[in-house]
Design a protein around this ligand. Structure first.
Ligand code: NAD
Ligand code: DAU
Length: 332
């Protein structure tokens, strides 16, 4: 039995990972989560108490991080400020958590010689043209656009430096856009699903031509476990499931699957500096480590996600009005 310390385990992808680990391994998980507006303890409800310890706290708290890392065989680091629109409104928390928080964890992993896996994003590579056949690879130069993605890029570089300078046993993964259960209603897919459930028209930034490369959160989890088990120290792995779709297509699919007219949405003010297209080439992960995604059918995965939000209104409803007020104030 391995002892995993999972930071940000009450957030969207972190909680999906905790569910995945408890279902597919006999590892014990300790979650360290600050429970910011994005964290929700209820996302871990129903998991067996003897497999999960929950600690509410900040990854910037060096004493707490030191105590928890001392008791862990590996740290899987998901905790972050994660939303681009928030980073355009108030960047400071992104520097504190994504940069200083990652630094704090790395120092602790260094002290205790603890295996460390850092969760990052394809956004560190900037964006691609819509008509460019290229996809991101591990060799693509960093070129982040937003306060969010620049702090994630900074955190990746800290990890690389701690591997080279101090011999920390770390790996990094950069994943594309996730969808699935437990995603906060501020994000694109849950915002539109819950808009439709509330009788509000979905909101598409600009023309809706921007492309994202969608992967189910459970496939992200299986990829991270694979890297934790078989990844080579010091290496970076890109995670993606060949799921490129433009935003307009996704909104129309949500409306179609919800039994609504597919043109029943509004175009709203575009995001400042809005990245055009992300696309992942995950050949290295598939070839070197033998990983493959399970959720190959985006429409079926989206339909299951809509069902989840329909069945779990008590989970998302408390955040919905505040999120819509935030967007409305910006004409979005
Ligand atoms: P999220 O916003 O849903 O969850 C973040 C979690 O971290 C929350 O539970 C929050 O309470 C916690 N947290 C924030 N600051 C903290 C701090 N200082 N100390 C302790 N806990 C703190 O984010 P997400 O979408 O689940 O993303 C998780 C990770 O995956 C992030 O590192 C993000 O960059 C990365 N990522 C996300 C996506 C995506 O599509 N959402 C894709 C690729 C990579
Ligand atoms: O690529 C990985 C990244 O994916 C992660 O690193 C981030 O943490 C995660 O939030 C996500 O970033 P995006 O900015 O791509 O995701 P978001 O859900 O905010 O938006 C997806 C697309 O939808 C983007 O092109 C903006 C657009 N959008 C978003 C919202 C909230 C809309 O058209 N309407 C909306 O209401």
């Amino acid at each position: 039995m391995r002892r995993l310390l999972v930071t940000g385990g009450a957030g969207f992808i972190g909680s999906n990972f905790v569910h995945h680990v408890i279902q597919h391994t006999d590892d014990h998980v300790t979650v360290l989560d600050k429970l910011t507006y994005a964290g929700n303890r209820a996302s871990l409800d129903g998991l067996p108490a003897d497999r999960l310890t929950f600690v509410q706290g900040d990854i910037i708290d060096a004493k707490l991080v030191d105590r928890l890392t001392a008791d862990a065989d590996a740290v899987v680091h998901y905790a972050a400020e994660s939303h681009n629109d928030n980073s355009l409104h108030d960047p400071r928390p992104f520097l504190d958590t994504n940069i200083i928080g990652t630094f704090t964890l790395l120092e602790s992993a260094r002290k205790h010689s603890t295996r460390f896996h850092h969760i990052s994003t394809d956004e560190v590579y900037g964006d691609l043209e819509l008509d460019d056949p290229a996809r991101f690879t591990e060799q693509t130069p960093y070129n982040p656009s937003s306060p969010y993605s620049s702090t994630k890029a900074g955190s990746d570089l800290l990890v690389r430096a701690w591997v080279r300078s101090f011999g920390v046993r770390a790996t990094i993964s950069n994943c594309s856009n996730n969808y699935g259960p437990y995603q906060h209603v501020e994000k694109f897919i849950p915002r539109q699903i819950t808009n439709v459930l509330r009788g509000i028209r979905p909101k598409l930034y600009g023309k809706g031509e921007n492309v994202r490369d969608w992967i189910h959160a459970d496939d992200h989890s299986s990829a991270v476990l694979t890297i934790l088990d078989k990844g080579e120290i010091g290496e970076t792995y890109l995670i993606g499931a060949d799921g490129e779709k433009d935003n307009k297509t996704v909104v129309e699919l949500i409306l179609h699957l919800s039994g609504q007219r597919v043109d029943g949405y509004d175009h709203v003010t575009d995001r400042a500096g809005h990245d055009l297209r992300y696309a992942i080439d995950s050949t290295k992960l598939r070839t070197d480590l033998g990983w493959t995604p399970t959720y190959q059918d985006f429409e079926a995965g989206l339909a299951a996600t809509i069902d989840w939000y329909r069945a779990n209104e008590a989970w998302w409803a408390p955040a919905k009005d505040g999120v819509e007020a935030f967007y409305a104030a910006k004409g979005q």
